[in-house]
Design a protein around this ligand. Structure first.
Ligand SMILES: Cc1cc2nc3c(=O)[nH]c(=O)nc-3n(C[C@H](O)[C@H](O)[C@H](O)COP(=O)(O)OP(=O)(O)OC[C@H]3O[C@@H](n4cnc5c(N)ncnc54)[C@H](O)[C@@H]3O)c2cc1C
Length: 470
């Protein structure tokens, strides 16, 4: 790294970073001001050169899981897809779980490919975000794969919340059946009546009354609530309307069977209901649950929401890239095997450029996503906030574009349900809104960038001042 001023500080009390064990340097700091760069979680002024250092190799553990997962996908998942969708259509209404799914889940469990997303060794596979990322990409090649391995949203996020913040009693009652794949769950935050991309707007209430919590309000886009095994939801509600902005809301566990919980309707996405999970509009009218159902305590909803989102975004982005890879494969196959005007489609117009651009965009997007995962593992979600928002914009946009181009090269066939392309397109398009719209992530990236640049300017000024002759 070298560079002017980058040397270990000789002051006797210069700190050593607890995380990486490196010593503080004097870079951009005057005497007596010790700065440890990226490695110290407490330092908001992350050094850009160090931030860009990364080992790109998959660990032996990740490679071993990738091999096993790929083999399982080829042997069991892809061959079962047609059967799954045919059973879904044939099954009793309103919605049912195709029996083939249970059979696949049993096999995945026996193969040790279960709960791979959960870094907690007690409850899950104990893989880091970096190790899990390529596995999420592999799962992204099939609509049914995430559930087969018990790695599907929104249950993954809910399991993470309960593993990290749940009381032992909550873990026993709600987490264990989720980990076993017996229960499904939903996350009820977004509301139809307020702009929910700003989560501080949430108006539904969760009021503490003695040893109970009273819930009232309306939620929508609650994914998973249509599943016949959806036994509970995590409800985000306003508890302290006059409290500090980020300490007003609570997260509450609500069994679906509680009086006052009503699914008003299921919401289609581009005309598809996404059964058997679906997305619901749900009313909560004078719903009472025990106080013990609040996760981590009243007013801690935002703190939990922050912890919930980081890993989920890596999962979503890597799955989106799996979908993009699949679309590019289909695009190339069509471009090589179909001819028009005396030539394969690949040789016509700008199609070669489209293919090259798609490959480059996917590669860039994957590297950025892996970097975000690696930063989450090494410096934590807070320090990786910008990168997490960056991938949340980049990966779904890349996936959407590549899938759209695959549709185009297939002509009319691309828009027919015989191929998975329209469903993949809807999936990528949804990701540009779910978990926060692109614009909100861009706003955060810009805010962090401006803050970092401003801090750099102050640092440079202090070095110049410290170096000036007396
Ligand atoms: C299929 C699907 C599944 C979902 N699953 C869930 C779920 O399980 N649980 C859940 O709680 N929610 C879920 N959501 C909801 C999703 O998270 C919200 O739709 C999203 O956060 C946006 O909130 P909103 O719809 O209220 O849009 P609004 O907040 O009304 O925003 C609308 C638009 O305003 C613009 N905008 C907002 N902020 C800015 C800004 N800072 N700068 C510039 N423009 C801006 C953007 O164009 C944005 O798209 C899901 C949504 C979909 C579509």
């Amino acid at each position: 790294m070298g560079g002017r001023g980058r040397m270990r500080c000789k002051a006797p009390d210069a700190p050593q970073c607890e995380h990486c064990k490196r010593w503080a340097t004097q870079q951009r700091a005057g005497h007596g001001q010790h700065k440890c760069s990226i490695y110290c979680l407490k330092d908001p002024n992350i050094d850009y050169q160090l931030r860009n250092a990364m080992d790109f190799a998959y660990s032996p553990r990740a490679r071993q899981y990738m091999e096993r997962l790929n083999a399982f996908m080829s042997e069991h998942v892809f061959p079962a897809e047609a059967e799954y969708f045919s059973q879904l259509k044939r099954g009793p209404l309103p919605w049912n779980v195709p029996p083939v799914m249970q059979a696949l889940k049993t096999k995945a469990k026996e193969a040790g490919l279960w709960n791979l997303f959960l870094p907690d060794e007690e409850f899950g596979a104990g893989l880091s975000n970096t190790d899990y990322a390529p596995l999420a990409e592999i799962m992204g090649r099939s609509f049914i794969a995430p559930e087969v391995f018990n790695c599907n949203a929104p249950d993954t996020g809910n399991m993470e919340v309960l593993a990290k913040y749940g009381s032992p009693a909550q873990q026993e009652q709600w987490l264990k059946p989720l980990l076993a794949g017996e229960y499904r769950s939903a996350f009820c935050m977004t509301e139809p009546d307020v702009a929910s991309s700003d989560a501080t707007n949430m108006r539904a209430t969760a009021l503490v009354e003695g040893d109970e919590v009273l819930l009232n309000g309306r939620k929508w886009w609650s994914t998973g609530i249509g599943h016949p095994n959806c036994k509970f939801v995590i409800f985000m509600g306003l508890t302290y309307p006059d409290g500090p902005k980020h300490a007003r809301h609570s997260m509450v566990l609500v069994p679906m069977a509680t009086p006052g919980v009503k699914i008003e309707r299921m919401l289609p996405v581009f005309g598809a209901l996404d059964e058997p999970y679906g997305h619901g509009e749900v009313s909560f009218t004078n719903v009472r649950v025990p106080l013990a159902n609040i996760i981590a305590g009243p007013g801690r909803g935002f703190e939990i929401a922050q912890g919930r989102l980081g890993p989920g975004r890596i999962h979503h982005c890597m799955r989106a890239l799996g979908a993009a890879e699949m679309a590019l494969e289909m695009l190339c196959k069509r471009a090589l095997t179909r001819s028009a005007f005396g030539k394969p489609l690949a040789d016509l117009g700008g199609n070669a450029d489209i293919i090259a651009n798609a490959r480059m965009a996917i590669e860039q997007s994957r590297l950025l996503t892996l970097k975000a995962a690696w930063m989450m593992d090494t410096v934590g979600a807070k320090a990786a906030m910008s990168e997490i928002s960056q991938i949340k914009v980049v990966a779904p946009n890349v996936a959407q574009l590549v899938i759209d181009q695959a549709i185009q090269i297939h002509g009319g066939a691309g828009l027919c349900d015989d191929l998975p392309l329209t469903a993949l397109f809807a999936y990528a398009r949804v990701l540009r809104l779910a978990d926060g719209p692109d614009e909100v992530h861009r706003a955060l990236i810009a805010k962090l960038e401006l803050k970092a640049q401003a801090a750099k300017a102050v640092g440079v000024a202090s070095v110049v001042t410290a170096g000036e002759p007396a």
